[in-house]
Ligand binder design. Structure first.
Ligand SMILES: Nc1nc2c(ncn2[C@@H]2O[C@H](COP(=O)(O)OP(=O)(O)O)[C@@H](O)[C@H]2O)c(=O)[nH]1
Ligand SMILES: [Mg+2]
Length: 193
């Protein structure tokens, strides 16, 4: 599958989810995991999704229309930093749960984790939600350009183990070198009629 065009659609608060999309792929993960960069890399654009170091906690849901609306990318709020307060965390969980249970056309969630580090409790909580709601997912380990060759296999094992998944569920990726992007697109292809 090829992405031939991509367009920012809209930003909504959780209560106003788009209803008329054909097929949605959502991206979640800790702030700074590389969601915006991955969306940009997949769509071959520099600034479709904003990237930055000062992401903080986003409360909104961003929709991008891909290939003239054949499918959409949905950028979900990041988990926030551990310094975020309880109230902030609850708000995040609320928005996420609302999206996961109310988006009619969600096909698969890509859970981004930093390929250099052990997965966090929030990553495990995310997978728990997805299992609970029986939503298909794939784990994308980002920033693998920062890893030595030998560490790519090692960290894949570490992340799979930390999430209690098989290694085949982990896509090692880099938005910088485009590692793993074909794999991500081929997962998406399986959900598009
Ligand atoms: N080296 C490297 N840095 C990355 C990669 N993806 C994201 N980053 C950097 O990580 C930071 C956070 O990325 P961003 O896409 O904004 O994360 P988001 O908060 O999950 O949307 C930025 O400084 C990016 O340039 C990658 O594949 N390789
Ligand atoms: Mg972002």
């Amino acid at each position: 599958m090829k992405i031939i065009n991509a367009k920012f659609l809209t930003t909504v608060a959780s209560q106003n989810l788009l209803q008329n999309t054909k097929c949605e792929f959502a991206f979640v993960g800790k702030s700074n995991a590389g969601k915006s960069s991955l969306i940009n890399a997949l769509t071959n654009s520099k600034s479709l999704a904003r990237t930055g170091k000062t992401a903080g906690v986003t409360k909104n849901i961003n929709y991008f229309s891909i290939n003239n609306g054949v499918f959409c990318f949905v950028d979900l709020p990041g988990y926030g930093y551990h310094t975020a307060g309880k109230q902030e965390q609850n708000k995040w969980a609320e928005i996420l749960e609302y999206y996961l249970t109310n988006s009619q056309n969600l096909k698969c969630v890509f859970v981004l984790v930093d390929g250099r580090h052990e997965p966090s409790d929030n990553d495990r909580l995310m997978l728990k939600y997805l299992n609970q709601f029986a939503i298909p997912f794939a784990v994308v380990a980002t920033k693998c350009d920062k890893l030595k060759k030998n560490d790519i296999a090692k960290n894949r094992q570490m992340i799979a183990h930390g999430l209690a998944l098989g290694e085949s569920n982990i896509i090692m990726s880099s938005s910088a070198t485009k590692l793993g992007l074909k794999e991500i697109l081929s997962v998406m292809q399986n959900f598009i009629n």
